[in-house]
Design a protein around this ligand. Structure first.
Ligand SMILES: [Ca+2]
Ligand SMILES: [Ca+2]
Length: 126
């Protein structure tokens, strides 16, 4: 009686282990697919590059308005070789409030006084 119980518990553990194995493979593929921020600048809704992501492909020294994370960006990653200025207003009007160095990242824009403010960004030649 005791033996039978132990054996079935072993089978359950084995099944669970294979399920976990499948799960981690799928997760690895998903996060790889989500890491699309390669050439441009990416804004993230939350600190530490979490939440919604909006990517701006570098296509010259131009201005882009934020669409999906407008007034929400809390962290950023600049994978371009350009300096990127952040504006509180749309169309890069007025003074910029934050500047990202080429190939830089910032996990929290709060200490730069620019949390949840960015409405547009502009690529600047360095
Ligand atoms: Ca935010
Ligand atoms: Ca704004």
């Amino acid at each position: 009686m005791k033996r039978a119980t132990v054996r079935s518990a072993g089978v359950v553990a084995l099944v669970l282990a294979s399920l976990v194995g499948v799960g981690s493979t799928a997760q690895a593929e998903t996060s790889q697919a989500l890491s699309t921020c390669v050439l441009g600048l990416c804004l993230y809704e939350n600190d530490y590059w979490a939440g919604a992501e909006e990517e701006f492909m570098f296509e010259g020294y131009v201005c882009y308005n934020s669409l999906t994370v407008n007034n929400k960006a809390s962290s950023m990653r600049n994978n371009s070789g350009a300096r990127v200025q952040f504006y509180d207003s749309a169309n890069c009007s007025g003074a910029y409030g934050y500047a990202a160095s080429p190939h830089s990242e910032d996990a929290d824009l709060t200490n730069n006084g620019f949390d949840n403010k960015t409405s547009s960004i502009k690529y600047i030649k360095v």
